[in-house]
Design a protein around this ligand. Structure first.
Ligand code: NAD
Ligand code: MG
Length: 384
């Protein structure tokens, strides 16, 4: 039977690679829903090729353009960010690939869970912001949340077959990003284009900057906490510049399982779509002679302070990770527009964590409110 996939964020890095996977396995998958924020041209091109049931353009000024371009097809076209969230509830697909970037992906994912859809989760910010609510809802609705993030896919794969065996700890590997080994006096002068050059992965702009600041690994620790129901003390980060080991699980007997392969997001994307089956791929294979040396080191948390800030937020819990995430989103986009420096990102996040009201057990409404507050606070800092 064909699995009907809804790709939320189909024009992004994850979305485009997911469509390549679907195209290579058209006997197993179909693209039923495609959504984009502003890139109408690519959404049109994807819709003409994949003939989804529904295409949604977030920017409603582009509705007519998309509608006209798809007039000769059966694709139903909607526009507006509200439509993206509403379409998530429509019963025309089996699995949502949540590949919108940032807080913007939260509501559609919640709606999909409410509608009982399986989630393949790329959007880590969803769990950083409101992981308790998202995972509880998924549990209540008996909805599987399958990780797409490569580290979490690795851990998920290492857990298969372990039943109730207890995890001692997980080790999240990190490439270290383009500035590994650099010190603050160097980082102060780093510009956008340099930070956008990641050594091992080609990804969207926001996550590429997060990888350069190590915030990405902090977000991933929080993501792992919720996905695998771990205590923060069970989560470790290890720098592994070759990105061959995608993460590891250590069990109570001391045995460590690792999942390995060349860095290529198509593998975890495909696994999340085909789970529990593995299906054949022609992705390049890792050859143990190249790279022949795998190295490991501690993260430099004195220089890359976003990582300890995220760890602090994870331990603090409540709405602190939501504050961290919102301030970071604002700061990263300001950096991408050359409004603030690389080191200022940390400053904005740290200040927001100290200033925005802390709530111990937030409701969903309180998470929405916190996100708004933290954004305004961060924006006001950037204006100064
Ligand atoms: P991207 O910037 O390339 O794409 C983002 C997608 O989200 C686009 O389709 C865009 O149209 C849509 N979008 C952006 N803002 C939106 C809004 N306000 N409303 C609705 N849609 C919006 O990002 P990406 O690199 O593909 O990352 C997507 C998610 O996957 C992120 O959460 C990221 O952390 C995660 N992730 C990405 C990678 C990767 O290799 N790119 C790896 C692991 C995890
Ligand atoms: Mg990752």
């Amino acid at each position: 039977m064909i699995k009907r996939i809804a790709i939320f964020g189909s024009t992004g890095s994850i979305g485009r690679q997911a469509l390549e996977v679907i195209e290579a396995h058209s006997d197993k998958f179909s693209a039923e829903v495609l959504t984009a924020h502003t890139n109408a041209e690519l959404l049109i091109e994807q819709s003409l090729k994949f003939k989804p049931n529904i295409a949604v353009i977030g920017d409603d000024r582009k509705y007519k353009m998309v509608k006209d371009a798809l007039a000769k097809t059966d694709v139903k076209v909607f526009a507006g960010e509200q439509s993206i969230n509403e379409v998530a509830s429509i019963d025309c697909y089996d699995l949502m690939l949540a590949a919108i970037v940032g807080y913007a992906g939260l509501q559609s994912t919640l709606n999909a869970i409410d509608a009982g859809k399986t989630i393949a989760l790329a959007n880590k910010e969803t769990l950083v912001v409101a992981g308790d609510i998202v995972m509880r809802k998924a549990y209540e609705k008996k909805v599987p949340v399958i990780p797409v993030d490569s580290e979490h896919s690795a851990i998920f794969q290492c857990l298969i077959g372990e039943g109730r065996n207890k995890i001692e700890k997980i080790i999240l590997t990190a490439s270290g990003g383009p500035f590994r080994g650099k010190k603050p006096n160097y980082l102060m002068n780093v510009k956008r284009d340099h930070a956008l050059q990641h050594p091992n992965w080609s990804m969207g702009a926001k996550i590429t900057i997060d990888s350069a600041t190590l915030m990405n690994k902090g977000l991933e620790m929080i993501e792992a906490k919720w996905l695998f129901n771990l205590d923060p003390r069970q989560i470790e980060v290890l720098i592994h510049p070759q990105s061959i080991i995608h993460s590891m699980v250590q069990y109570e007997d001391g045995s460590i399982k690792a999942q390995m392969g060349l860095p290529d997001m198509k593998l975890p994307i495909q696994y999340a779509l085909s789970f529990p089956r593995r299906i054949k791929s022609d992705f390049p294979r890792y050859n143990f002679k190249n790279p022949a040396t795998l190295t490991f080191e501690e993260p430099d948390t004195k220089t890359f302070r976003n990582l300890p800030l995220a760890i602090e937020a994870m331990h603090k819990g409540g709405n602190m990770p939501c504050i961290l995430n919102a301030a970071n989103e604002i700061a990263v986009y300001a950096f991408l527009r050359n409004r603030i420096g690389f080191m200022d990102i940390t400053e904005v996040v740290e200040q927001a964590m100290g200033k925005v009201q802390y709530i111990n057990h937030p409701t969903l409404e309180e998470y929405y409110y916190t996100d708004g507050e933290a954004r305004s606070f961060a924006a006001s800092m950037i204006q100064m």
